[in-house]
Design a protein around this ligand. Structure first.
Ligand code: ADP
Ligand code: MG
Length: 268
């Protein structure tokens, strides 16, 4: 339940600017106590990599941050905003669906399965939400979509349908699609786990580029090279709790908790 920070201390300036603050997060599915008091902070511009065995609650944490799950107890802030609730007269009130949708627009999410719209080209997938949800003018959305597809290395594939793209290319379109909403925060849930090994590298390169550009990211992955290269924090979860966290170099090089040691010995 402790989330101990070890290793390189963030600069004072960064420490003063958390974007995501998760406090005492609990989640039950029926009687199943899946998250058992998660405390976690991600500073602006930083990359938080979350690792842990299957079933430890990693996806559930991301899904709570993106309000795909309701939380059973605890609080999540993104910037100054309390997720899912507003405070009024010292009491918490549920947000309306419209207010929740507005909060969710600030967060982009990329899943293991690329779930692009199959009947739309790469370009149409990328412009869909800005045009339909945000009311961006079609011409502006198309221009921006071309820039984003270029950024993920798919400038030549704008007119292709998902079925004409490899899994890695589809995942890069999914990243461009999430970025098109100009989110403050990007969540990645095992974005390369469903890909053939030779397609993983290009997706990781796009994610590293995004990290270096200053995007705040929470990334569930087993790619320890990614964690080492661009991670600011590595969080190890087990059985619904944060067992250990710190700078990736510290946690990977000198894991303190026996459960972290055991897990890392299997994936490294
Ligand atoms: P991870 O991503 O680390 O593999 P998950 O967050 O997906 O773990 O799941 C944590 C636990 O919560 C697992 O035991 C899983 O079976 C359970 N769980 C996840 N989603 C649901 C759900 N919608 N209903 C019931 N149980 C769930
Ligand atoms: Mg998962």
């Amino acid at each position: 339940m402790t989330s101990q920070t070890t290793g390189t201390a963030p600069t004072a300036e960064r420490r003063a600017h958390p974007l995501v603050r998760i406090e005492g997060l609990h989640k039950f599915f029926g009687d199943h106590h899946v998250l058992r008091g998660i405390d976690l902070t991600v500073n602006r511009g930083e990359v938080c990599v979350v690792v842990g065995p299957s079933g430890s609650g990693k996806s559930t944490v991301l899904r709570c941050v993106n309000q795909l799950e309701t939380i059973s107890a605890g609080r999540i802030f993104i910037g100054d905003e309390l997720i899912g609730y507003r405070e009024h007269g010292g009491r918490l009130h549920d947000l309306t669906p419209r207010q929740i949708a507005a909060q969710r627009r600030e967060v982009g999410m990329v899943f293991q399965r690329f779930n692009l719209f199959p009947h739309m080209t790469a370009l149409q997938n990328v412009i869909e939400a800005p045009v339909q949800v945000k009311g961006v003018k079609k011409g502006d959305a198309v221009k921006r979509a071309h820039e984003l597809l270029d950024r993920v290395g798919l400038a030549e594939r704008a007119g292709h349908y998902p079925s004409q793209l490899s899994g890695g290319q589809q995942q890069r379109v999914a990243i461009a699609r999430a970025l098109a909403m100009e989110p403050e925060l990007m969540l990645f849930d095992e974005p390369t786990s469903a890909l053939d090994p030779e397609l993983v590298g290009d997706v990781l390169e796009v994610m590293k580029d995004l990290a270096r550009s200053g995007m705040t990211m929470m990334v569930v992955t087993h790619e320890m090279g990614f964690a080492r290269e661009v991670g600011d924090t590595l969080v190890f979860m087990d059985q619904g709790a944060v067992v250990e966290s710190g700078h990736p170099r510290e946690v990977l090089g000198n894991p303190k908790n026996p459960r972290t040691q055991e897990f890392l010995s299997k994936v490294l």
